[in-house]
Design a protein around this ligand. Structure first.
Ligand code: HEC
Length: 157
């Protein structure tokens, strides 16, 4: 996999070299840049979508007894598909200039989050509550792992 990425990057830089464009600015426009702080991306983009996934899987105990959280309508499942797409693309966004803390572990966590979210998306498409629950757990573990490494004051999330 990584050799493919390496040769792809090489192809891009060769192409840019051939067309004689300023490599720096071309790459910047290909990569895009963060629209806000990492904190904003987390709290305004990632967390609401992840919450939607987590609150749509498993069960809670209420006064009336155990209540399944899984959606009961096609629209309900479609909303989870949407949320999972947001989280999946979020892994790519985390690699943008302005968000990416480094090109090593950060990228691994970001890609791991995308992989887990794609599982959640497939589970929601299949309306498979158990698979969604498992994928939700995987997403949670990646969030935690990245926070443990990159947030000095590791909070509860
Ligand atoms: C690639 C690393 C990485 C991944 C993956 C990641 N985060 Fe974060 N997250 C951070 C960093 C770094 C911060 C601290 C940002 C800041 O305050 O500047 C943060 C902060 C947050 C905050 C604010 C915490 C606070 O104390 O207020 C929330 C909420 C959050 N992340 C949610 C999530 C959720 C939900 C996921 C998974 C779906 C996730 N994050 C995945 C790196 C990551």
């Amino acid at each position: 996999m990584s050799w493919m990425k390496a040769s792809f990057a090489l192809m891009i830089s060769l192409t840019l070299g051939l067309t004689g464009c300023g490599q720096q600015s071309e790459q910047a426009s290909i990569q895009g840049a963060a629209t806000g702080s990492t904190y904003q991306l987390m709290t305004e983009y990632l967390e609401p979508a992840a919450d939607k996934i987590w609150s749509s899987a498993g069960a809670i105990i209420t006064i009336e007894g155990e209540q399944d959280l899984q959606p009961t309508t096609d629209e309900g499942w479609a909303a989870v598909v949407h949320a999972a797409s947001v989280v999946a693309e979020g892994g790519n966004l985390l690699m943008l200039r302005g968000y990416a803390a480094d090109q090593g572990d950060w990228v691994e966590y970001a890609q791991g989050m995308t992989r887990a979210a794609l599982k959640a998306r497939q589970a929601a498409i299949d309306q498979d509550a158990e698979a969604l629950f498992n994928a939700g757990g995987e997403i949670y573990n990646v969030c935690r792992a990245c926070h443990n490494k990159y947030i000095v004051e590791a909070g509860e999330i």
